[in-house]
Ligand binder design. Sequence first.
Ligand SMILES: [Fe+2]
Length: 185
Amino acid sequence: MTQINRRRPNLTKIRLSTGSYHLGLESWSPSHILLFTGNLKEKVDFYTNVLGMRLSDTMGGDVVAFLRNGNGGDHHVIALAQSEKPGFHHASFEFGTVDDIGVAAANMAKKGHKHCWGFGRHVVGSNYFHYFRDPWGSIVEHFADIDIVDEDQDWEIKDWPLEGNFARWVSDGPLPDDFLFNSEA
Ligand SMILES: [Fe+2]
């Protein structure tokens, strides 16, 4: 019989961190953004051919594009979504563990910030996610365990259909109707 190891090495850190989300959790780090744009294809061309970023994946053909650093790293550090006008969709913050995401969620709720979507796991990028509304109608994402693409990795760009590919699983139901709402348009 396999014995389950119930030791949790992060427990002490989590206890010390509880209540300090400001984002005071020790493992917290700003990570990526998703922006709306009126000209997705031109922007992808600029970020890749001028700035040297790499296209990781797309969704819906020309609806969403995920870009990573040219020297590798997170699956996306900038994501772009087609819209009528430019706008800000979400800022994303990386946490070291799923437990930290839970602590952050509890503190966001305690401070009165409105839940948006999650807890769940994305298909594209594979990261665990939990979204909250910011005070201006945009979104804050907390995430962990995103795909890492090495600089010399033979990564195949895939276009994912929009339907059914926002989450591998999610705890609170389907994608909200207003999730891709551009509050600045
Ligand atoms: Fe994100």
